[in-house]
Design a protein around this ligand. Structure first.
Ligand code: PLP
Length: 407
């Protein structure tokens, strides 16, 4: 049983049937729509108290038709961690990190792909394909393996080594492509007819948004249904930012929120690939493809996002903004966060912290408002980017000199 009523084109509102396989409409993404009025009448928020502490606990706002079909690796609710020391460094007295690095496969990509693979299986699909520059390939491969579906993964040849290895480790047919993620996508299109595969690329099917939406539902529940003043989110394809904004709208409509104030959404990118920031600054609703995209934050290396207008709409409706950080800056902030809080902060999230620093400086973030930053992946997956040269030590050691040395 589900409360889904239909799919809706995000670009022109066209209604489509949710029980048939749908991808995009007019080459733009689809929303999953629910009977929110019925949910408001029939479902009491307190029912959640009796449910499993996982992303699947919000079943009325989920597109899954039969709970028995859920493909899961144990997606626990991710912790919302108060960060006093890092907050002090940034000038924020109420800083929280929602730590998604603890999810299966070490990134929040598991939320979207667990949902997409679940729905793919419910719809009778058996062969999945994805272009990826980072964590999505491993997550898709893992859930496909779990579901017994065939997984094909195409990635740029400079994709981080861990991401290459994990796709293969989870049994996918993984290939390297000389080019960028968009070249991988173009290559996949040439195989469509022969392979008959289903493309689970970012926003090219409607269900990854619904999986990532659970970040926003969890955040609301963990904050006693009062949302923070601001959310900083590392934005590549934008699924998470779009999903959370959708979640907040749905929660407001069904009357579960304690306050009508919704957070300002900040889309954070890397200076080497900042198409959303460029469009935001120009006041445009659609982004143009970012030339020569380069950044160590591989999850942000998305030069052209098919959901650009959905990201920009959410950012503007919420009263937030889009801003970018340099690679050097984002790596420094990721390392600082790790050292101050013991959290495995990924380079992508380093961009959010660098942006937070700037936003505090020009008064866009209030030092006393609650601010939530999403740590979307585990630092351990970025060995090349976070590599350090440790000093060597050998006998005899001058211990007192060593003790005096600062950090
Ligand atoms: C994919 C990814 C992102 C970007 O996520 P979107 O929701 O597609 O914008 C950010 N951080 C990490 C670690 C990622 O893997």
């Amino acid at each position: 049983m589900s409360y889904v009523t239909h799919l809706e084109s995000a670009i022109d509102g066209t209604r489509l049937d949710h029980r048939t396989v749908e991808t995009t409409h007019a080459d733009r993404p689809l929303w999953v729509r629910y009977d929110l009025e019925r949910i408001a009448h029939e479902v009491d928020r307190d029912e959640l108290l009796h449910r499993d502490q996982s992303m699947w606990r919000y079943q009325e706002l989920s597109p899954v038709e039969d709970p028995a079909s859920i493909v899961s690796l144990g997606e626990r609710m991710s912790p919302l961690i108060r960060c006093e020391r890092l907050g002090q460094e940034l000038g924020l007295n109420q800083l929280w990190i929602k730590d998604e690095s603890q999810l299966p496969t070490g990134s929040f990509k598991s939320r979207g792909l667990a949902m997409a693979v679940t729905r793919a299986r419910e719809l009778g699909i058996s062969r999945l394909v994805i272009p990826t520059a980072g964590n999505a390939g491993g997550a898709m491969a893992a859930y496909a393996a779990r579901a017994g579906l065939e997984a094909w993964v195409f990635m740029p040849s400079d994709t981080p080594a861990v991401n290459q290895a994990e796709a293969a480790h989870y049994g996918a047919r993984a290939y390297l492509v000389d080019g960028l993620i968009n070249d991988c996508a173009a290559l996949i299109r040439t195989g469509n007819a022969a392979m008959g595969w289903f493309d689970v690329s970012t926003l090219k099917e409607p269900y990854r948004i619904e999986g990532k939406k659970t970040m926003g539902l969890e955040l609301a529940e963990q904050s006693s249904w009062r949302l923070p003043g601001a959310i900083l989110y590392p934005t590549g394809g934008g699924t998470g930012l779009i999903g959370m904004w959708k979640a907040f709208g749905e929660l407001a409509t069904i009357g579960w929120l304690e306050s009508a104030d919704l957070p300002r959404m900040y889309a954070c990118q890397a200076e080497g690939c900042a198409p959303i920031v460029t469009a935001y600054e120009r006041g445009e609703r659609f982004a143009t493809s970012f030339p020569n995209p380069t950044t160590v934050a591989s999850g942000l290396r998305v030069p052209a996002a098919i959901g650009d207008f959905m990201i920009l709409d959410a950012v503007r409706e919420s009263g937030g903004a889009a801003a970018a950080a340099s690679d050097q800056n984002l790596l420094e902030w990721a390392a600082r966060a790790g050292a101050l809080e013991g959290i495995a902060v990924c380079p992508e999230t380093g961009a959010c912290l660098a942006v937070a620093h700037d936003l505090v400086a020009d008064g866009q973030l209030d030092p006393d408002e609650p601010v939530v930053v999403f740590n979307t992946g585990a630092a351990q997956k970025y060995l090349e980017a976070i590599a350090v040269d440790l000093p060597e030590i050998s006998q005899p050691v001058d211990w007192s000199a060593l003790a005096d040395r600062q950090g």
